[in-house]
Design a protein around this ligand. Sequence first.
Ligand code: ATP
Ligand code: MG
Length: 201
Amino acid sequence: MDKYDQEERYRIRMKRKKEVVDKAIASADIERGLLLVLTGNGKGKSSSAFGMIARALGHGMKISVAQFIKGRSDTGEEAFFRQQNNVNWHVLGEGFTWDTQDLARDIEIAKQGWAIVKEMLQDPSQQLIVLDEFTYPLKFGWLDLATVLNEINRRPAMQHVIITGRGAPEALCEAADTVTVMGDNKHAFHSGVTAQKGIDL
Ligand code: ATP
Ligand code: MG
């Protein structure tokens, strides 16, 4: 095959591809608030949610964040997003469960956190709600999943909700519009590298 044939075949293939893609884009014309679940054992769940916060900020949107289980207080995202007028940043947990070792206290904190989240989900001025590490109180049964799903379903029509954390319950994934499962193929921590600024915190 000479060079001309090759280029011509490429052009025709790309033209067909573009037609298929354009058709798919044209048929996806619904505008509504989405529920996204970012789960799995691999790195990238919370940082993906923070990336969407940056996008939303770029569009002048108002964002509420609730961090349910807080590993540390020195993260770059917290320092940066707390400076943004359009971001309300709430920290609801005081540490991982294996740090506190106090079940009754963890359940109480989760319940207090849920009361704050419920208000966010009823406030149409908040266009994006990020519930970071929210899968844990759900998977441990500290919060009633049916109640949570009911409140999420009743939220303002254009409000987006992102939930991160490992082990997302099946019913939550079923309710979601977009579910991404991060795969743990490799992580530097297992080679003895400690959490790095800008990458892990
Ligand atoms: P990130 O905040 O970096 O997007 P994540 O939200 O997917 O990570 P978490 O389970 O919330 O992951 O854990 C947060 C911290 O643990 C981060 O410092 C992250 O780099 C690290 N981490 C995430 N996944 C793994 C893994 N599979 N092995 C070891 N450490 C991990
Ligand atoms: Mg996380």
